[in-house]
Write a protein that binds this ligand. Structure first.
Ligand code: SF4
Ligand code: SF4
Length: 477
């Protein structure tokens, strides 16, 4: 009997341990209903949303001379960026621009904390737009909670269906806009209207639309808390002088409800009236009074909410505020710290290098490809001939006439189909070239020769490219 009960005890212990393990690995999501907030930071966030979404949905429609001003034309391997056209040869600039973006994020994080997360991150911006739609259709936080708790009815179905229909329409428009940055948008639009969209474009419109609907409509704070890598490593860029949203516990505690007219100080209370408004407006559902937490995206909604409460209570604002850990511990905050200065210097250096590189960039490239089918050919006149394909890439916005010359071996002859080669703006033209040389002038089996591509109308447009010339090694005559 004892053995049985011991066994049962062991079994029940192992079951309860399993249950504990299961519990610790999975937390049921509780839906967050962020309360609408008004204030300085809310206005700034709305402005950021309007400007950023306005740019995203608007810029792709800007055209100049029939050319979309911002277009990453992958099939043509051309990136059009406001009059500047970058090619795969300009990979350095594209990489440098991405590095500048990443460094700017480091710089602003060190300076102002998660200002990117709270005001400019696409997840924040689209979630804000989706929340706005939700409030327009379902009503405020209280009405949304009531609707979700109520049993299914025709009214509830109609409200939910309307919200999702608007969300899906908005998401599909977002998907279309996204693809419009990679395929000329006017062409894309006309093909959609004619039901002639290709399979890949259809896939990407739906995929990006689905991602928008899922992330901003359903997952929201889960993306910031569980999926965003930036949330994980940004603490490495924080120090005691980084701006964070913080609750002034020295001033607020002990918290407690009281009448507006009450002499709360003599009752031993701090400034926090424990109204939980700061928690109700938080899009990630945390209580900032528990201290700095990685879930906090620094949206400052709690700052606005608490400032309003402080105003109504006739207390000074700023119980929750942008501050630094140093300032909270009574030290003088330092804006210019070594890491901020290093980020700023590297950033400025990179911006200057890219600016100089773009200003002095040669809008012309020449690729030389040797005919790999034959090493070389001996002609009837006893010459050695190599064949090449020359790729002329005119990255300029206007047409140019070019001439091609070759040098490197005494007495070598270059044969082309034409002496004057016109190449249109942004055209890649392939030209066949044959180079002949006297085998007695070849010092070795492989010699270096140089092709020169020169614009006939603009002396500054000139590039050179080296190639190998192969031939037999023969004794001097
Ligand atoms: S909003 Fe301000 S007063 Fe209200 S609970 Fe939060 S910190 Fe306290
Ligand atoms: S704690 Fe405040 S700043 Fe942080 S996410 Fe919540 S509302 Fe935004």
């Amino acid at each position: 009997m004892d053995d049985v009960s011991q066994g049962q005890r062991k079994a029940s212990v192992s079951v309860s341990l399993d249950a504990q393990v299961e519990q610790s690995l999975y937390a049921q999501r509780e839906r967050i209903y962020p309360r609408e907030v008004h204030g300085v930071y809310a206005t700034m966030r709305v402005l950021a949303v309007v400007v950023l979404l306005g740019l995203f949905y608007g810029v792709l429609w800007l055209h100049w001379d029939g050319q979309q001003l911002l277009l990453f034309d992958l099939p043509a391997r051309q990136f059009h960026i406001f009059g500047l056209t970058l090619y795969p040869q300009d990979f350095f600039f594209l990489s440098a621009i991405l590095i500048i973006g990443a460094l700017s994020l480091f710089f602003f994080t060190a300076l102002a904390g998660r200002v990117w997360c709270g005001f400019a991150c696409p997840q924040t911006v689209w979630t804000e737009a989706f929340l706005w739609i939700e409030r327009k259709v379902e009503g405020d936080r209280r009405k949304q909670m009531k609707l979700d708790k109520s049993p299914w009815s025709g009214r509830k179905l109609a409200i939910k269906a309307s919200k999702h229909a608007i969300w899906i329409g908005f998401s599909l428009w977002t998907g279309f806009t996204f693809v419009g940055y990679f395929t000329p948008v006017l062409d894309l639009g006309s093909r959609i209207l004619a039901f002639e969209l290709g399979p890949w474009e259809t896939f990407w419109v739906l995929f990006y639309g689905f991602a928008t609907y899922g992330n901003a409509g359903w997952m929201r704070e889960q993306v910031c808390i569980y999926m965003c890598p930036y949330a994980r490593f940004q603490s490495a860029m924080f120090d005691n002088n980084t701006l964070v949203i913080s609750y002034d516990s020295a001033r607020g505690e002990p918290r407690g409800a009281r009448k507006r007219s009450a002499d709360y100080k003599s009752a031993g209370l701090g400034d926090c009236i424990d109204c939980t408004m700061c928690v109700q407006v938080c899009p990630t559902g945390i209580d900032i009074r528990d201290g700095l937490q990685y879930q906090c995206i620094a949206c400052a909604a709690c700052v606005d909410a608490c400032d309003r409460v402080m105003e109504q209570m006739d207390y000074p604002k700023g119980l929750i505020r942008y501050t630094t850990q140093s300032a909270l511990s009574g030290e003088q905050p330092k804006i210019l710290r070594p890491r901020v200065i290093v980020y700023a210097i590297v950033l400025l250096g990179l911006v200057a290098a890219v600016g100089y590189g773009l200003a002095s960039r040669m809008p012309l490239a020449l690729d030389v490809i040797r005919d790999r089918n034959t090493l070389y050919r001996e002609t009837n006149e006893g010459m050695v001939e190599n064949v090449y394909i020359l790729k002329l890439i005119n990255m300029d916005d206007r047409e140019h006439d070019f001439e091609i010359t070759a040098s490197g071996i005494d007495g070598m002859q270059l044969s082309l189909d034409a002496d004057r080669i016109p190449v249109n703006a942004h055209e890649v033209l392939s030209v066949s070239a044959r180079v002949k040389a006297d085998p007695y002038s070849l010092a070795r089996a492989s010699s270096t020769i140089t092709f020169t591509l020169q614009s006939l109308g603009d002396a500054s447009l000139r590039v050179e490219e080296e190639a190998r010339f192969l031939g037999p090694v023969v004794q001097a005559r």
